[in-house]
Design a protein around this ligand. Structure first.
Ligand SMILES: [Zn+2]
Length: 247
């Protein structure tokens, strides 16, 4: 209770009564928290920009009783201006925020998730990587953070290293032979498997730093789409989500 200092990224915002706003903020140490910002739209209020989505903030918060933190003061560390003028990028990041908001809770150590989100937003703001590439890599890396930890070093059934499919049922790579008896397994080429392994085990700063052919990328994208729909929910189908916003 009392004053708390932390850093955070705004992943949702909603109007509250009068001129107040409630922000959903992802922080490394407190997990996902709700922050009440008083008097945002007051004539003298100067807090407007800190309530924008995806802004990275230095925060001083106050908590008395209840679940909501009260904003004492905030400074913008990084506003990520570039993404705000691009409707497609905002759409992809809205998907990512929704996913994070749904899976994270308060009082959960979110250091790795926060680092992944920051890297992802930064790369969206840089225009150097394809939008769908970024969200796909984000989704796959998220499996590790969520603790799904797929088996990727050998076939789940016969232990051979020569794997070529992914078994959703067993959460593991499997070989061509064993895939015949695993209905619903997803074929992955050698380069798609290498990319999958890279995303799951690489250093967090390098997770987006690899090249992949269009064909192998399409396999990876299909894999993670089926995976998230099966393990989490059908609403995390990226194509359907994006189609609602972009015509
Ligand atoms: Zn096998």
């Amino acid at each position: 209770m009392g004053i708390t200092k932390t850093k955070g990224i705004v992943i949702n915002h909603a109007n509250s009564k009068d001129a107040d706003k409630i922000l959903t903020v992802l922080t490394p140490d407190l997990g996902k928290i709700s922050v009440l910002v008083k008097g945002v739209k007051n004539k003298n209020g100067n807090n407007m920009s800190i309530t924008e989505l995806f802004v990275f903030l230095d925060l001083v918060l106050y908590k008395n009783t209840g679940d909501v933190y009260l904003l004492n003061s905030a400074e913008i560390i990084e506003p990520f201006y570039n993404i705000r003028v691009d409707i497609e990028k905002i759409c992809f990041l809205t998907y990512i925020s929704k996913l994070i908001s749904d899976i994270s809770t308060e009082n959960q150590n979110s250091f790795e998730l926060m680092q992944l989100l920051l890297n992802t937003i930064y790369l969206y703001s840089q225009n150097t990587k394809d939008n769908m590439f970024l969200v796909t890599v984000f989704q796959i890396r998220l499996l590790r953070i969520l603790g799904f930890n797929p088996i990727i070093d050998k076939c789940f059934y016969c232990k051979t290293k020569d794997v070529s499919s992914f078994s959703i049922k067993e959460n593991a790579l499997i070989c061509e032979n064993c895939a015949k008896n695993d209905t619903g397994s997803i074929y992955l080429s050698k380069s798609a498997i290498n990319a999958l392994k890279y995303i799951l085990v690489s250093d967090s700063k390098k997770v987006f730093s690899f090249d992949i052919s269009e064909k192998s990328f399409a396999e990876l994208k299909l894999f993670i789409k089926i995976y998230l729909c099966e393990k989490l929910d059908k609403q995390y189908d990226i194509d359907k989500f994006i189609a609602k916003y972009i015509i």
